[in-house]
Design a protein around this ligand. Structure first.
Ligand code: GLA
Length: 400
């Protein structure tokens, strides 16, 4: 828990929503990093994300009227909406995420009560670490607590995805909301996105650190390119179903099976997209076995292969992410590095030996700057818990 974040959030919250702190409830929802298994979730494959200790603090004060008010440290706008008007408006900016979550909750009968919602985050926004899923799930946990409604956590996760798909209009898979809602400290989550079966896999690597490196390149057109990749996967699936009619998802094919049937896909671009999905799914399954054997070097190798596949076959990396990965691969103490999240800018995740951390940041920072003119930022977040209430801890950090 980032105590400094909470302490400074109190000050800003009380400016936004003056009064005593007696009835204020505080929640924390993490961001997530995906270790491997990229663009497999909406293809019924495995993903292997983890919740971070970086995330969003959500402070909520119930109101006596029927208003919902939203404010955040990361955006200039504050928004006020009557509870009967849960509709998307582009100019609402970040507030569309909490609004979408409330809209999805209302649809399943959770009463939406007037409240001031305040968000403070130490996640870089729009950097591929699920800052939006963090706001959605954080709002969901807060709003259900406020309404004294009990809702199964996986159901809440699915409603957060629905908010993103049907309210915000981004056709994302389930991975981000699942990791934010279901994470556990020092664990990654192996999630089968077809059946929504999951297991928590201990990620304890005493002499290694996970380093997240931000390209600091604003993602552009990411949503439309993301939706385009999904459509290409659907096209690939439709072609393959002509020869393997019993598959409903691309991830049901092994790489060997794909080689035997891929000639039915005529378009070379679609063929590459499908190859990424099928090989990435296989890499993800293998990664978990390797980690269970503490074979970090071999896991790191798969991280590198994942990046190459996302670069050459799925084509979602781009100059900046490629520059970061290439720089990371030159550092001896870095056993693996790849882009994480949707791509098109955002962050890489690297597994780095503890004693090479300084060298890693120096070398990667310098090489990246030389190649792109941009300055990278580095985060060494631990793996943390899923969204939860932290009112008691937060109260003790209030100095006002
Ligand atoms: C985004 C989406 C996820 C997933 C990843 C790519 O983060 O929200 O559902 O598809 O991209 O793996």
């Amino acid at each position: 828990m980032n105590e400094a974040l909470i302490a400074s959030a109190w000050e800003k919250f009380l400016q936004f929503s003056p009064g005593t702190i007696n009835h204020v409830e505080v929640f924390f929802a993490p961001g997530r990093v995906n270790l491997i298994g990229e663009h497999t979730d909406y293809n019924g494959g495995f993903v292997f994300p983890a919740a971070l200790t970086l995330g969003t603090v959500v402070m909520v004060r119930p109101r006596k009227d029927n208003l919902l008010r939203f404010s955040s440290t990361s955006f200039a706008t504050s928004i006020e909406v009557p509870i009967g008007a849960l509709r998307y408006h582009a100019e609402y900016d970040f507030a569309n995420y909490p609004l979408g979550m409330l809209w999805a909750l209302e649809k399943v009968g959770v009463p939406i009560l007037g409240a001031d919602y305040f968000f403070a985050s130490d996640l870089p926004s729009g950097a591929g670490l699920s800052s939006s899923a963090s706001i959605e799930v954080g709002t969901g946990v807060a709003a259900t607590a406020l309404a004294k409604a009990s809702i199964d956590r996986i159901k809440l996760v699915k409603l957060a995805q629905k908010a993103e798909n049907d309210f915000v209009g981004v056709n994302c898979g389930i991975m981000d909301q699942f990791a934010v809602g279901m994470g556990e400290a020092d664990h990654a989550i192996l999630l089968d996105c077809n059946r929504l079966d999951y297991s928590l896999v201990p990620f304890v690597a005493p002499s290694y650190r996970l380093v997240i490196t931000n390209t600091n390149k604003r993602r552009e057109l990411a949503d439309s390119k993301y939706n385009e990749r999904r459509a290409q996967c659907e096209q690939g699936l439709a072609a393959l179903q002509r020869v393997v009619p019993d598959i409903t998802y691309l991830a049901q094919l092994t790489p060997q099976q794909l080689v035997e049937v891929e000639s039915v896909i005529v378009d070379p671009v679609i063929k590459k997209r499908v190859r990424h999905v099928v090989t990435e799914h296989a890499r993800t399954k293998r990664s978990v076995e390797l980690l269970r054997d503490d074979n970090f070097a071999a896991f790191g190798q798969l991280m590198n292969e994942s990046h190459v596949s996302l670069r050459d076959d799925y084509e979602v990396t781009g100059r900046e992410l490629d520059a970061l990965a290439k720089a990371a691969w030159t550092v001896n103490g870095c056993v693996g590095s790849r882009m994480t999240g949707a791509g098109f800018g955002g962050c890489t995740v690297s597994l780095v030996k503890e004693n090479a951390l300084q060298e890693f940041m120096q070398v990667v920072g310098d090489l990246y700057h030389e190649e792109t003119g941009l300055t990278a930022s580095f985060y060494t977040s631990a793996l943390g818990d899923g969204a939860k209430k932290i009112t008691k801890e937060a109260m003790s950090l209030c100095r006002f």
